[in-house]
Structure formats: structure tokens, C-alpha cells
Write a protein that binds this ligand. Sequence first.
Ligand SMILES: NC(=O)c1ccc[n+]([C@@H]2O[C@H](COP(=O)([O-])OP(=O)(O)OC[C@H]3O[C@@H](n4cnc5c(N)ncnc54)[C@H](OP(=O)(O)O)[C@@H]3O)[C@@H](O)[C@H]2O)c1
Length: 270
Amino acid sequence: MTHKIAIIGFGNIAKAIVTPLLDKKLIQPENVYCVVNSEKSLENIKKNYKYKINVYKSSSKDSKVIWDCQVKLLSIKPQNFNDISELHDIKGKDSLLVSILAGVSLNRLTQKFPNHKCVRVVTNIPITVGKGLTGIAWGEEITKDQKQMTKKLFENTSKVYEFSEDYLDTFLALTSSGPAIIALIIEALSDGGLSGGLPKKLSEELVIEMIIGTIILIKESKITISELKNLVTSPGGTTISALRVLEKKSIRSALIESIVSASNRSKEFR
Ligand SMILES: NC(=O)c1ccc[n+]([C@@H]2O[C@H](COP(=O)([O-])OP(=O)(O)OC[C@H]3O[C@@H](n4cnc5c(N)ncnc54)[C@H](OP(=O)(O)O)[C@@H]3O)[C@@H](O)[C@H]2O)c1
């Protein structure tokens, strides 16, 4: 990528997206211009980030250099959306603005950045290990090159899906909130092991390995999810006893409602 890229908000997710691109030399550090809010973050990036990129405080005059970049990645928290000043693109219209903000709609993005072609992206934390999922909803009049550029930003670290904006809130609930839901399940199952007398570390390790093994089995074998469940559930056995408790406690309903709730919360940011 020869373009200059501006990153507005260089936090966890922005770093996870950009660092592999720098590692693979798909972008050069001197072409990366990032803006953060606080002196502390500015100093931290200057001192500790492994690449010498250009970094500015959002309140500094120098930060206006980002207006020139043809590609802008917006990666602040949605709560700070109204704090950022509009990006008046002095060099030319139609530069690309890729937003990874939870919930903030294409409509709001276009209103805030009228000189930009806006794209809304949802990605998730496993991008930090190259196992992410990214959903893209294109705004109006995005060129073929801009589509390619956007996909290039995420393809290295995730599987990329393109669809209508209507899907993004649920995609976010499943994929972006999902890791926290899985973490909670791992923690709870490990506590079950602990209750049965296993040491905490061992219990956690067993749960993680069991989940990895189950997922590989599902992916590699031809059996469906319900067939897998039936396979390990014998009449009058231990598994049906465990499942009975979960059904009594309405775990299915709790999980379904958790996704609906996260999706609705995402809609509230619109
Ligand atoms: N965390 C996740 O799992 C996840 C997953 C997918 C998508 N997302 C989305 O990714 C976005 C960023 O999340 P994150 O976890 O990376 O957040 P984060 O680590 O808190 O990073 C936010 C960044 O925005 C900067 N910032 C705040 N106000 C600013 C302003 N007015 N102008 C310029 N920069 C400003 C912050 O600077 P300071 O440090 O100086 O305050 C920081 O560098 C969110 O919109 C979230 O919805 C998050």
C-alpha cells in the first residue's frame, strides 16, 4: 500500500489492525499518521511502540496533517465520536474513511465527514492473533480501489465478510461481544472443575483444551452440532444429567437474549 494512512485513535484495536501490516511491510511506518487524545498515550506510543510512526495529540495543530491522508481509520470509542473535529479534507474530496466504531451508522459517519467515502467495519479482538472476523458495510459510491484498500487492511488478520449495514449490529453482538461471552463460559466451567476439587490452573487448561478439541472436531468431521451433542449424551448418563441442569436454568434463552441485548445496545449508538 503506497497510500498515507491516518489513524484516529491508536488504541488496542487500531494497533492490532496496523501492526501486522507494518510487520509484513505492507505499509511503511513513515506513511502512518496517528492521533490520540492524551499526552500519556502520545509519549507511550513514541517510547514503546515498535515502529517509528508519526503520532500527534488531537488538540495539536500538527495533527491536521491527517487531513491529507487518502485513507483514514477511525478507531476511537463510540462515546468520543462527538469530540472529534470534522475532517476537512483540504487536498481533495472522496478520501476513504473506515470506521470501526461499534454501532455508529453510515448515515452519521457521512454527516460528520461529508467529504469522505465512508465504510463501516466491525472486527473482533482475535485479530490480535490473526484469527479475527471482520464485517464490512460499504457506504455510497465507494470505488473498486477503495474497496480493495479496505479489505487489505483486514484480510491479514481476519476472515472478511461483506454485507448490508442491517446485519452489522448482530454481527457485532456475535463476533465482537462473543469473546467475552466465551471467556465467561470458560471461567464458569473452570469454577465447576474447582468445585470438584481440581486445581484452578489445571481446571482452566482442561476447559480450554476441551473447547479447542470440540471446535476442531466440528470443523473437521462431517457431523452437525446436534449430532455431536447426541454422540456424547448416552441414556441415563452424566452428560444428560449436566444438560438437564442447564435447560432448567434456561441457559439457551440466556445466551440468545445476551446476543439480542448486545445487538440492541449497538443500535442505541446510532
Ligand atoms: N475492544 C474490542 O474488543 C473491540 C472490538 C471491535 C471493535 N472495537 C471498536 O474499536 C474502537 C476502539 O476500541 P479500543 O478498544 O481500541 O479503544 P481504546 O484502546 O480505548 O483506544 C481508543 C483510542 O482513541 C483515542 N482517542 C480518544 N478520544 C480521541 C479524540 N478526540 N481524538 C483522537 N483520538 C482519541 C484514545 O487516545 P487516549 O489513549 O489518549 O485517550 C485511544 O488511542 C471502539 O469504537 C470499539 O467499538 C473494539
